[in-house]
Design a protein around this ligand. Structure first.
Ligand code: BGC
Length: 762
């Protein structure tokens, strides 16, 4: 990889630090109100607006220093807290708001924030799963629905969407985002932001969104959460930040920084990220919140000598709100008084927070969101459940279906085996906000209601309670094989078997990295044992991350990836298993052949020794495994079959101001109506820096009736050809580009065109 020069930005930072705040939407009405409020605030009150702590029993990070459960009334009274997280409920939030409004000098309303990741009380599929739908309208709709429930319960602000490009499935938080591709993460992120925020932040049915984690959190070494991130500048700019730029452009209200370091500087203290890129280049004027105690963690990174030094670095870098470190509330005043931090910097951050509060309408009505009647009406309503089921239906990915084992024939004697078959909790997934434990429909419950002639259940291996960090979580049994025999017996005496295997909810998510992504515990052994006696197996997978499924792919005839689909997931799975719904999800992340192959993303570089050298040993590969993914990015089957033909581009040369039309005919060659996600990839064959072998640049979901054909066209413009070069300029470069259109990323056939405009050279 070309090593890139790192520019020095100190002059620029100095300039930026004194640039006055412009207001997110330049609403002069709001900025003048903010200014007049600011002019009567004491320094303590200003710093209070930058202080956020967690209230309530919920822990989303290591315990806070000042007592997790206690509401610090004295601080609230003194105006020392601007926002809290983890306090929810119309009544609870209204009560606390009232306390602040009645007891504090300036009566500045509080902001209530919460991690509404894939639902508030009604659970939709985990974000990675829902991303497999490639249905942006749907994702906007579920985000809007989640916002509606949360807003009624007093929440103003969600810490979502997570738009970290995630290339390592060992990382538990892959479940929380849109997978491995920068473009897909960008469009999904924007859809979710639009869903959460709606048309106007002041609408009390919507909430402010937060683009997180800025930046690089998905690249932790060895897929280990919170680990150091070692990426070069080119990867940072071309792979990691595009979704964040898209979020800023789409008007996301807030950003959250990340736990990890970039270029050796913790993100929270990273001036290049926050001042240069975000505020400077992109002109983002909204709030930047730290991650949980990430200001305190600047010390643990060994970059600050004490909390005061950490506070100084964070505010200089542009972190406006301190979540849970109490660094600002305890040290900013002293830093200002001794002249280390200018009051302008504090004012700039406070303005952003106040501006957001105005935008949310809180100064007009601090209680607008906390609405007990609305809370009862919208939460877990029929409408929510129907949407949850629709989202679940669209999120499943059919990975294999040999001999058309699926859809199942219900007149055959069927055994349902596996520790997750009766589990009512795992389908809810991690980051489940206020979902009731065990409140999902289990797959067994859903199947039992269908018209199977004979259906039996055996767990085969158990779920067991293990300790994962400080939580007790359900996991998969590793030693007790006592249920094997009856499962094998049931499989033997059945004509077909549904194996329900994967991960429990808390085996993925924050702090849940795994060193092996094979089926956990005794599950693989159980599967093999069942396979010995009955090979008509449909493997239904429930998991929060890609799994390594080489053995399974080789032996099991049908494999359905169902992720953790939320409350109504099981009903949706039953519909697919019985052919009442035709699956059409496509993987937003590659499934490797083995853990040791990670990372295996489709958009890798060619390297100096690409895999085109026949039988020689001296090229980029592992000796014991194929270089490709087992199931590539973008892959997914359907009960329909699709044929692609007549691939064309309308010109072989393009200028910067021009465009190329690429088209292909897609035919549903089956007798079942279905959806196909037609994908456009481009390759920049020669660049001034190494370029990916392929990059997703567009897609279209198309519905095709049985036998129907449609021509799908994509317009390619110069914008899609741009990338960051070694000098950090962003632009396209003349030369050959390859166009690929197909059903997934592993397509080889391409057509070429030449970008010819000389003006583009710089
Ligand atoms: C996570 C964030 C989350 C925050 C608040 C942190 O541990 O990294 O994504 O928003 O906690 O719950």
């Amino acid at each position: 990889m070309t090593s890139l020069s790192i520019c020095k930005f100190s002059t620029l930072f100095t300039l930026l630090l004194i640039t006055p705040f412009l207001g997110r939407t330049q609403d002069r009405n709001i900025t003048s109100k903010v200014d007049s409020l600011l002019s009567i605030m004491t320094l303590d009150e200003k710093i209070g607006q930058l202080n956020q702590y967690s209230v309530g029993a919920e822990l989303t990070g290591p315990g806070s220093k000042e007592g997790q459960d206690s509401i610090r009334y004295e601080h609230l009274k003194n105006g020392q807290v601007g926002s809290v997280l983890n306090l929810v409920g119309a009544k609870e939030t209204a009560d606390l708001q009232r306390f602040v409004m009645e007891n504090s000098r300036l009566k500045i309303p509080m902001l209530f924030a919460y991690d509404v990741i894939h639902g508030y009380k009604t659970m939709f599929p985990i974000p990675l799963g829902e991303s497999a739908s490639w249905n942006l309208e749907l994702m906007q709709e579920t985000a809007a629905a989640a916002a509606k429930e949360a807003a009624a319960a007093g929440i103003h602000w969600t810490f979502a969407p997570m738009i970290d490009v995630s290339v390592d499935p060992r990382w538990g938080r892959v479940m929380e985002g849109g997978g491995e591709d920068p473009y897909l993460n960008s469009v999904i992120g924007v859809a979710r932001i639009k869903g959460f925020q709606g048309e106007s932040l002041s609408d009390p049915f919507t909430i402010a969104a937060c683009a997180k984690h800025f930046a690089g959190y998905g690249y932790g070494e060895a897929g280990m959460d919170y680990n150091n991130v070692i990426v070069n500048r080119e990867t940072l700019l071309n792979q990691i930040i595009p979704p964040f730029k898209a979020a800023a452009d789409a008007g996301v209200a807030t950003f959250m920084n990340a736990f990890n370091d970039i270029d050796g500087i913790p993100s929270t203290a990273n001036q290049y990220l926050q001042r240069k890129l975000l505020r400077g280049d992109w002109g983002f004027e909204g709030v930047m919140v730290s991650d949980w105690n990430s200001i305190g963690e600047i010390m643990s990174h060994g970059v600050a000598k004490d909390l005061k030094d950490a506070a100084r670095q964070a505010i200089l870098a542009g972190s406006d709100i301190d979540m849970e470190a109490s660094a600002y509330v305890n040290h900013l005043k002293e830093l200002v008084e001794e002249g280390t931090v200018s009051i302008d910097l504090i004012d700039e951050a406070v303005r952003r927070v106040l501006y957001l509060k105005y935008e949310l309408g809180l100064f007009d009505n601090p209680y607008a969101y906390s609405d007990e009647a609305r809370e009862k009406e919208v939460i877990l309503s029929e409408e929510m459940m129907a949407l949850s089921k629709r989202a679940a239906l669209e999120s499943m990915v059919l990975l294999k279906n040999e001999n058309q084992l699926l859809p199942l024939d219900p007149s055959k004697k069927t055994a349902v085996i596996g520790p997750l078959a009766k589990d009512k909790d795992s389908p809810l997934g991690n980051w489940r906000a206020k979902a009731e434990s065990n409140s999902a429909v289990s797959l067994w419950e859903a199947l039992e209601k269908r018209n199977f002639k004979a259906l039996t259940h055996e767990e085969g291996c158990k779920l067991s309670v293990g300790k994962n960090n400080f939580f007790e979580v359900l996991t998969i049994e590793e030693e007790d094989r006592s249920s094997f025999a009856s499962a094998i017996e049931a499989a033997k005496s059945s004509e077909q078997v549904i194996m329900v295997l994967g991960e429990t909810a808390f085996m993925s998510g924050e702090g849940r990295s795994r060193s092996s992504i094979e089926l956990a515990g005794l599950q693989k052994e159980l599967l093999k044992a069942v396979y010995e006696v009955n090979q008509n197996i449909v493997l239904v997978l429930m998991n929060g991350r890609p799994l390594a499924l080489s053995w399974e792919d080789e032996h099991i005839p049908a494999i359905l990836e169902t992720w953790h689909l939320g409350h109504m997931g099981a009903e949706a799975i039953a519909d697919v298993l019985l052919g009442e719904y035709n699956p059409h999800g496509k993987l937003p992340i590659s499934f490797p052949r083995a853990t040791g192959q990670i990372p295996v993303q489709y958009n890798h570089k060619t390297t100096g020794r690409p895999n085109t050298q026949g039988g020689q040993v001296f090229f980029t590969h592992h000796n014991d495994i194929e270089r490709t993914a087992l199931y590539p990015f973008g892959f997914g089957l359907s009960y329909s079959t699709f044929e692609y033909s007549d691939f064309k581009i309308n010109a072989t040369e393009m200028t910067a101001s021009g465009s190329i039309k690429a088209s292909i005919v897609v035919k549903n060659s089956s007798d079942i109506d279905g959806y196909e996600v037609v994908q456009l990839y481009l390759q920049d064959v020669v660049g001034s820096v190494t370029r990916p072998v392929k990059e997703l640049k567009g897609f279209e979901r198309v519905k095709l009736k049985a036998g129907e054909s449609k021509t799908i066209s994509f317009e390619i413009t110069e914008d899609q050809l741009k990338f960051y070069r070694a000098n950090e300029t962003f632009g396209s470069e003349p030369g050959e580009f390859r166009v690929f259109i197909g059903p997934h990323s592993a397509i080889d056939e391409y057509l070429s065109f030449e970008l010819i405009d000389d003006r583009l050279k710089n």
